[in-house]
Write a protein that binds this ligand. Sequence first.
Ligand SMILES: Cc1ncc(COP(=O)(O)O)c(C=O)c1O
Length: 512
Amino acid sequence: MRASVLSDWLAQRLERGNGQPVYRQLHRLLQQAILSRELPAGTKVPSSRLLANELGIARNTVTQVYEQLVLEGYVTSGTGRGTFVADSAPDEIVGAPETAGGPRALPEPPGAQRVQPFQPAARALSARGARLVAGAGVSKRQWGAFMPGVPDVSRFPAQVWNRISSKYWRRLRPELLTYAPGGGLALLRHVLADYLRTSRSVRCTPEQIIVTTGIHQSVDLAVRLLSDPGDAIWTEDPCYWGVRSVLHVSGLRSRPIGVDAEGIAPSPDDLANPPKLMLVTPSHQYPLGMVMTLARRRMLLEYARQHQCWIIEDDYDSEFRYGSRPLASLQGLDTAGQVIYVGSFGKTLFPGLRVGYLVVPEALAESFATASAELYREGQLLQQAVLAEFIAEGHFTSHIRKMRTLYGQRRQNLLDAVARRYGDALPTVGGDAGLHLVLQLPQLPGGADDRKVAAAALERNIVVRPLSGYYAQPARSASGLLIGYACVPDEEIVPSFELLAEAIDETVGRVG
Ligand SMILES: Cc1ncc(COP(=O)(O)O)c(C=O)c1O
């Protein structure tokens, strides 16, 4: 199209009174004419005065449109030279045609080449992304009977938290509202080091602690810094689906290792293939609940020392141990600096807080702090200050004490309800610590049907997780249900269990 016919072409297409500002219409029409090469590169467009006169619109409108097109790279202009279509126009129309409900799309100029809109679809996911989504274990429900892994958040001392928090907001310190320096708030690292030394026998200085948003992020960081894609990692089988996904997306090759009464139990074949990393839950195997014996801990540490492997110790809920004192960490036994200890406030306070921590060997502390700030651009320092004061004033340990008693009662109520209904027919395991126990289901000839039981329970508004879903190797898989009792009010334990029992009986037949 020659510039001389441009005014007519535009005049035919500008629609007055259709609700769209003339500026917007003119801008879009010129973009389209340039993209479709109707106005070829180098064409001189009419001056703003001329075009405004011919279209009967304000000159200012044309000037603004030209200025916008210059900014977007469609045209160039030089003082006294005029305005020219740029040599290479942007590939895509800025602002795709609007859809239903929005302003009407403008008519296309003749010969316009349609730009295919980007259509995000499932097939657009990478192989890694697709695997992650297809294998996701996360549940839509995160609260209610018998949600495993969730503490009773309704008992959180909100008033105390609010008092400390209000104080920080009143005396606002800008440094608490900006990005976090690597590793997190110094005060929190200090009080945490004291707590971990005395309560979990973790050997550390505050500098060895890296504050994160929880165990997921801690494992992600450790894996990124200590391994390369393709490296092997030992995981317990069964294990927590969340960290398994974190490992998979990092490109690690997981080698699922069976567990026995003493914890992770590598076979001779496993031992002949040393991994780069291993991930274990020594204080409370997840989800089966056994405690790694001292002999197994020593064996693992010695093996890791000989083969130069890292051990990630996931100590997610061992504060809640009923009937005996919480057990010392594996990290506390490590003299070679091979253990990366990860913990969380998700179970001790509330999951939505999203605060966790790593304890790394001294030699790695600086690198981990830098990498954490670099990768995640951490913040939440004000929240960390509140948490530090909450711990320093003794509220943290007192909350844990109270919750331990409360969860202990709920656990007992649940065990009594199971025994009343099923006697010895359905044994439970893993209830000595933590927030859940596992109810074993009969192994039916057709295989584990715990998924069907979980689905039948959900129809009754009861959330349980099928044990079989935690196994990587189907040959090892066992049928059972993870029942979280911690978040269920005392008076709801028995009626909720009755509903669950209905679902069990309906699915696997009357037991006991
Ligand atoms: C074994 C285990 N590790 C880690 C987590 C998650 O920890 P966080 O919420 O700190 O990411 C869970 C949550 O249930 C868990 O069961």
